[in-house]
Ligand binder design. Structure first.
Ligand SMILES: Cc1ncc(COP(=O)(O)O)c(C=O)c1O
Length: 369
């Protein structure tokens, strides 16, 4: 059985002397100011709030969960979606056509823990239009590309610890640009809680149930994922995320051994690539796994996603899913071909550190054609 998330009760990749997330960030993004939050969306809101006035617009890629643009809307900014190439690089002509003198920021997204292709083109455009570059690194908290921690490529960025660790919440805001650092005023939602709360207890109880009772129990995923089919409306989801990082999350982040976690996730990514290589109905989204990348998942384009998901479930893989439910204004719009196609056809397979490569091999024996 391959679960959706690692277990908070598995201490094998925790070491109190590894320095946790703090030491890792300080090693790979020296000099970049950072602050903990409960959620990436709230980190984003606080990061950009002091830089913009209502009435501007922000460009975000169309392949995205609906709630991610809520912080912009709260600040009176209009989110505008830009189209993507099949490589997930921005369609630069489409992006530029949607920018104007009121554009205050362009967001890039490091999908699945990999740097978004074309990051340098986005940086050129934000220079040209004199606006901010937001580096959304929700998916890859410990990915490093060309010696630099993802999430710190833009003027400001953020990452989501829930995508890496068995935690109920948690995110980091990075303030890479000087003016971002100068304008930053943390709200009451910044930082970590100093006491364990009801959410921590609920998370532990659900984790225990998931571990002990029913291996296919997916309530943690559906409880926490922004992307789940049963998601409440985006505004409600955003409002619900407004809390500092929980004490439990802070403790898990402190004890984590990021290097060991990255190694484990890379090994599992490579194992999926190997066992699925012979399947003509599946095409990996990423052919290579560059040094430094800590993959969030192993995404494949499936000819028949529902059939493949059913096959995986039969083999005991609980955590595979398509992603995301697109925002209404994007869904079905031909201008956003890649986002619409990928949201239906990309199946993401779990690679988290709680999985043993041998478990993937065993599933692979049943999936090979
Ligand atoms: C690409 C992307 N950006 C941002 C977010 C928001 O992060 P958080 O749930 O920590 O607010 C998500 C969440 O799923 C995401 O997938």
């Amino acid at each position: 059985m391959i679960g959706a998330t690692p277990s908070v009760f598995d201490a094998s990749l925790s070491r109190s002397d590894a320095g946790g997330i703090d030491a890792y960030v300080e090693r790979h993004a020296p000099g970049v100011g950072y602050t903990y939050y409960g959620a990436g969306k709230v980190a984003l809101r606080d990061g950009i709030a002091g830089l913009v006035e209502p009435g501007g617009n922000v460009l975000v890629p169309a392949y995205l969960s609906p709630a991610v643009v809520e912080p912009f809307r709260e600040l009176g900014l209009e989110p505008r979606f830009y189209a993507l190439e099949e490589s997930l690089a921005p369609d630069v002509a489409d992006l530029e056509a949607r920018m104007d003198e009121d554009t205050v920021a362009v967001t890039s997204v490091n999908y699945f823990g990999f740097p978004q292709p074309g990051l340098e083109r986005i940086a050129d455009l934000t220079d040209e239009y004199d606006c901010y570059h937001v580096d959304d690194n929700a998916h890859g908290p410990i990915s490093v590309a060309d010696g630099r921690l993802l999430g710190t490529h833009g003027d400001l960025g953020f990452t989501t610890l829930r995508k890496l660790l068995p935690v109920p919440d948690g995110a980091l805001l990075y303030r890479a640009g000087d003016d971002v650092a100068a304008a930053f005023e943390p709200s009451s939602l910044a930082g970590t809680a100093d006491r364990f709360g009801a959410g921590d207890c609920r998370f532990l109880a659900t984790s225990a149930a998931e571990t002990a009772l029913d291996p296919l129990y997916r309530s943690i995923e559906s409880l926490l994922a922004d992307d789940d089919a049963s998601s409440v409306d985006p505004t409600a989801r955003y409002e619900a995320a407004k809390a500092p990082m929980s004490k439990l999350s802070a403790a898990v982040a402190d004890a984590a051994d990021p290097d060991a976690i990255r190694d484990a996730r890379r090994e599992n990514f490579r194992t999926w690539a190997r066992v699925l290589a012979g399947r003509g109905d599946l095409a990996p989204l990423y052919e290579e796994l560059p040094t430094g990348i800590s993959p969030y998942e192993y995404p494949v384009l499936a000819d028949d996603p529902s059939a493949f998901l059913a096959e995986l479930e039969d083999c005991g893989v609980a955590g595979a899913h398509t992603w995301p439910i697109l925002r209404e204004s994007v869904r079905g719009d031909d201008a956003y071909g890649t986002a619409n196609r990928y949201s239906e056809a990309v199946v993401a397979l779990p690679v988290h550190q709680g999985i043993e490569p041998a478990d993937i091999e065993a599933v692979g024996d049943r999936l090979r054609r």
